[in-house]
Design a protein around this ligand. Structure first.
Ligand code: ARG
Length: 564
């Protein structure tokens, strides 16, 4: 509808491009002011007339052409307020939503986006911080895919670095194969802690650890064998979590993947005269950019996190030729990415500005008892399983005969956590409050899922498999239905905005808004009535709501059970 209006305005206005017209068209705050408004002030220069006169003439021109979908135009202080014909509006929107893939676009055709997210650290538990990057990254992947981009989902596992030298020493001294096999990551964490306790007393342990990491970097078989085993053990837990959430990656190329690619980075840095020695280590000074230097190589010759990120950036550009490359991590890595991007820029790569860090805030339990900052780590798997369990109990009480209870509890339990993580701006801290997260009537995932299931049940009760082609659109023109339709119509723009700002919360808020509008419609407009014309038209509205809710939740990575 908006596009149609913009076409008409473009046809009837001189001296303003379609793009400028699009940017100028507004949706008035009050419904009494019409569906769209167009301010005529800017045209004063072109036409050399008072804005009010221009508005009057434009109104007359458009009126004379008699477009069926414009009901009336009002000129209010050089603003043209457009009232669309409601029947036409309902018809056009119904057609748009009923067509495949409402909200998708071709904006990203032929373009590639890399998203680096989740990326847990091997031999450490997957905690709620990693849960956030996983959830946000997955949503951004879905949003960009919807807009036609080709997306490479990259898991940059923390599977390389001096900590593995420590782990090997610890394992050889205090570990046992059985214990690691039995307890997995838990056991690796235990011996890692022990290493630090012992190294406080006996610093030579640190030298041994360095030697073992050096062996890993040189390709020593024994060192790599143990390391690889630690990676595999950790992956078992990570995959369990990804499966639970229905999350996939295209590449598990962790830091170790770049171990044979860092030498080239060092050579290039030397060649470009960017590398400076400092106390036996090598750095790229960044004082000119008000940043601490970027450490490239430690004085023992080992490379670090940043070196591997430089290698990764170059590898990704060469391999995927990305148009955008995103990194989703906690805010505490802001400086790290600023340094890496700056070094890439200084190396002369003109694509440096295509990389972007997407930070997010902390996760804490209500009351602040278990914040990640205080070091008390909350494990992701525990939270997810607890959520599923709690939902299972709620469902068992409310709907004991529900078939497939386990599956529904998983979908809703996971949905609740995902939705809570995505409901606010990324940078805001997330607070866990079970009562709020799981409230079926609050601004929650379960509330939206419940609304969807309610729609699905209306359909089941109506007993119609397929709605007729012919719909009486007049039925949709009452205020409550119209305001639901208008809300649904926002979906494509919400997707675009959330992609541009890399903010999935915009989709989450939209989903809540649709659910609220629907529940008002459900309350005010009786659906399963005798009159087939009314019944079909309203069922069609139910169907459109379902399609949009399902698509919106999908963009957040949340599934929609048909019953709950
Ligand atoms: N493993 C890192 C961490 O847990 C995150 C890696 C992010 N990606 C990257 N390319 N640096 O903090």
């Amino acid at each position: 509808m908006k596009n149609k209006l913009i076409d008409i305005l473009t046809e009837n206005i001189e001296g303003m491009s379609e793009e400028d017209i699009r940017a100028a068209v507004e949706v008035p705050k009050k419904e009494a002011m019409g569906d769209y408004a167009f301010p005529c002030f800017r045209l004063a220069k072109v036409y050399r007339k008072a804005p009010n006169i221009i508005a009057e003439e434009l109104k007359k021109n458009i009126d004379d052409k008699g477009y069926t979908f414009i009901e009336k135009i009002e000129n209010v202080g050089a603003y043209l307020n457009f009232f669309m014909n409601k029947v036409e509006y309902a018809r056009m929107l119904t057609e748009a939503i009923s067509a495949d893939n409402f909200g998708s676009s071709d904006e990203g055709d032929g373009k590639t986006v890399c998203i680096d997210y989740s990326s847990p650290n091997v031999a450490k538990n997957f905690h709620v911080g990693h849960l956030r990057t996983t959830i946000i990254g997955n949503s951004i992947y879905k949003i960009y895919s919807k807009l036609g981009y080709h997306v490479e989902r990259i898991n940059h596992l923390g599977d390389w670095g001096t900590q593995f030298g420590k782990l090997i020493v610890a394992y050889k001294k205090w570990g046992s194969k059985e214990a690691v096999e039995k307890n997995g990551i838990e056991q690796l964490m235990k011996i890692y802690v022990k290493f630090h306790e012992e190294a406080d007393k006996d610093p030579s342990l640190n030298d041994q650890a360095r030697e073992w990491f050096a062996k890993m970097e040189q390709g020593n078989e024994e060192a790599l064998g143990i390391w690889k085993w630690f990676v595999d053990i950790s992956m078992v837990e990570y995959r369990r979590i990804y499966d639970l959430m229905g999350i996939n990656f295209d590449h598990f190329t962790g830091e170790s993947f770049y171990r044979d690619k860092t030498q080239e980075v060092i050579d290039l840095l030397k060649e470009k005269n960017l590398l400076k020695e400092s106390d036996g280590a090598y750095i790229v000074p960044l004082d000119d950019y008000d940043m601490a230097p970027c450490l490239i190589m430690k004085n023992d010759g080992s490379t670090i996190y940043a070196t591997r990120d430089l290698a990764a950036a170059i590898y990704r550009k060469r391999t995927y030729d990305f148009d955008k490359s995103f990194y989703v991590t906690g805010l505490e890595q802001k400086l790290h990415f600023a340094q890496v991007f700056k070094v890439i820029d200084l190396m002369g790569y003109d694509w440096a500005d295509k990389m972007k860090h997407i930070p997010y805030g902390l996760v804490s339990m209500e009351g602040g008892k278990l914040s990640t900052r205080s070091g008390n780590v909350i494990y992701a798997e525990e939270i997810l399983r607890e959520s599923i369990q709690k939902i299972y109990e709620i469902i068992s009480e409310k709907n004991p005969d529900l078939p497939d209870k386990d599956q529904v509890a998983r979908q809703v339990g996971i949905g609740a956590i995902l939705f809570n993580d995505l409901y606010n701006q990324r940078i805001k801290d997330v607070i866990f409050n079970w009562e709020k997260i799981l409230n079926f009537d609050g601004e929650t995932g379960p509330y939206v899922q419940y609304t969807y299931a309610r729609c699905a049940s209306l359909f089941r009760k109506a007993g119609v498999d397929e709605l007729p082609e012919e719909i009486d659109y007049k039925v949709m023109t009452d205020d409550v239905t119209m305001s639901l339709l208008k809300d649904l119509s926002r979906f494509p723009e919400v997707i675009k905005d959330s992609a541009e700002r890399l903010e999935p919360y915009m989709i989450a808020r939209f989903a809540i808004s649709v659910a609220q509008h629907f529940n008002k419609f459900y309350h005010d407009c009786k659906i399963n009535v005798e009159d087939d014309g009314i019944r079909y038209a309203r069922l069609k509205v139910v169907k459109m709501t379902m399609d949009v809710i399902k698509a919106a939740l999908d963009l957040l990575g949340i599934e929609c059970p048909e019953q709950m």
